[in-house]
Design a protein around this ligand. Structure first.
Ligand code: NAD
Length: 379
């Protein structure tokens, strides 16, 4: 059972039915394929967005959320899938950009039947999109999706790559080193003030690297239970005060959209380098940071460690964390290249990173030539 992925043309017949599923190609300009997927029997309402698969199969997490409207969910999945194209291109991970959302009304809607139904939908696309965990969709949910499809990565399985957080943290650490190099001509962390927003999975690993390298740490989280463990190694500040900290690097590791007109006016950092996705409320905020002489290390370059890690799970030889670690090290040189392009062209670092990603896509740099091996599903 498969459906042919249509190119983004104005075909009239853009609705296809498969058993109880309806796939509607929303034909969004600039996107290869965006499917609205419904299944009345299982109450599934999902969107799978394939932005660009020039460099490889579209890959990106599945977000499960109670959106206010279908349009809000669509805006989210479009933005996220485009971001995945650039993230993967910059990391030369050999994937295209994709993302999916499952729209729910309430958390209790997330049943095994719903997740399996989504898995069936992913399977119908026969590998044109590969899903993974994301907000609202942990490895527990991903395992349910996997019951109906092999097109999943990051499973807690000996032949898969598991939780990506420690690899993402390693990439952020490398990003911080590059950011310091640009600021001070040295990668030394000793005595540098580093303010981290959000003490979740990624920060949990990141703080270890920073502590042992001698950083002076400032941390915040809306969940106080996440802070207790670190009270002897870091200064704890209220969530709203993290922006006001005089520091060398501000490290956003919580949520998106936190770099906006309101927060930027409070910032007293010299640079920003963190894991959170979509830190800039919109791209224009990078110009405001530039005007304030705050160096911004683009999030989609800095936080690619998790993506790089899963890219090695689909190789013929099977998952290899050593290869992942070594490739993640490249985040250091990628960032320095981006800073150079931004300086030479007097553009923001975000613009420089997007231009470099677009150049890689156009030139086929990092394109995956080998077929994908879903080792976790091989008998
Ligand atoms: P997480 O959910 O484990 O941790 C996020 C933490 O941020 C939580 O402790 C939460 O309480 C806190 N938080 C939420 N809102 C906050 C606020 N306003 N102020 C302070 N703290 C707040 O998430 P994670 O896996 O550590 O990921 C962190 C960020 O990095 C997310 O934006 C995620 O999308 C992004 N990211 C994560 C990975 C990964 O491998 N986990 C990969 C790429 C990007």
């Amino acid at each position: 059972m498969s459906i042919e992925i249509q190119e983004n043309t104005k075909k009239k017949n853009n609705i296809k039915k498969y058993l109880d599923f309806t796939f509607e190609n929303l034909q969004i300009e600039g996107y290869e394929t965006v499917y609205k997927i419904t299944n009345e029997k299982t109450n599934l309402l999902a969107i799978i967005s394939i932005h660009d698969s020039t460099l490889g199969t579209a890959l990106g997490g599945t977000r499960i959320a109670a959106y206010k409207s279908f349009d809000e969910a669509l805006t989210d999945v479009l933005r996220l899938s485009k971001g995945m194209t650039y993230k993967s291109a910059m990391a030369e991970a050999g994937f295209g950009g994709g993302k999916s959302v499952i729209i729910i009304k309430d958390k209790k809607d997330v049943t095994e039947a719903l997740l399996k139904s989504f898995g069936e939908a992913v399977n119908i696309l026969e590998g044109k999109y590969i899903c993974a965990e994301d907000m609202g969709c942990s490895t527990k949910e991903v395992m349910q999706i996997h019951k109906k499809t092999k097109y999943v990565v990051g499973l807690p399985h000996e032949k898969s790559s598991g939780n990506p957080s420690k690899f993402t943290a390693w990439g952020v650490f490398k990003g911080i080193l590059a950011t310091l190099k640009k600021l001070y001509g040295s990668t030394s962390i000793k005595g540098k003030k580093i303010a981290i927003q959000g003490m979740g999975s990624v920060s949990h690993y990141l703080i270890e690297h920073l502590f042992w390298h001698g950083a002076e740490l400032i941390i915040s989280d809306i969940d106080e239970t996440k802070l207790k463990k670190f009270m002897n190694v870091a200064k704890i500040v209220k969530p709203e005060d993290i922006y006001k900290q005089e520091c060398d690097i501000f490290v956003p590791c919580a949520i998106g959209g936190i770099l906006n007109a309101e927060t930027i006016k409070d910032l007293k950092c010299k640079a920003i380098c963190g894991a959170a996705n979509n830190q800039l409320l919109d791209d224009s905020h990078c110009q405001i940071l530039k005007d304030k002489n705050i160096l911004y290390s683009p999030d989609f370059v800095v936080n690619a460690g998790g993506l790089i890690n899963v890219s090695f799970e689909l190789e013929k030889m099977g998952y290899c964390p050593i290869k992942s670690r070594d490739r993640i090290d490249n985040i250091y040189t990628s960032l320095l290249e981006i800073f150079k392009i931004a300086d030479e062209n007097n553009i923001t670092t975000n613009e420089a990173a997007i231009k470099l990603a677009q150049f890689k896509i156009k030139s086929g740099i990092g394109k995956r030539l080998e077929k994908l091996y879903f080792n976790h599903s091989e008998k």
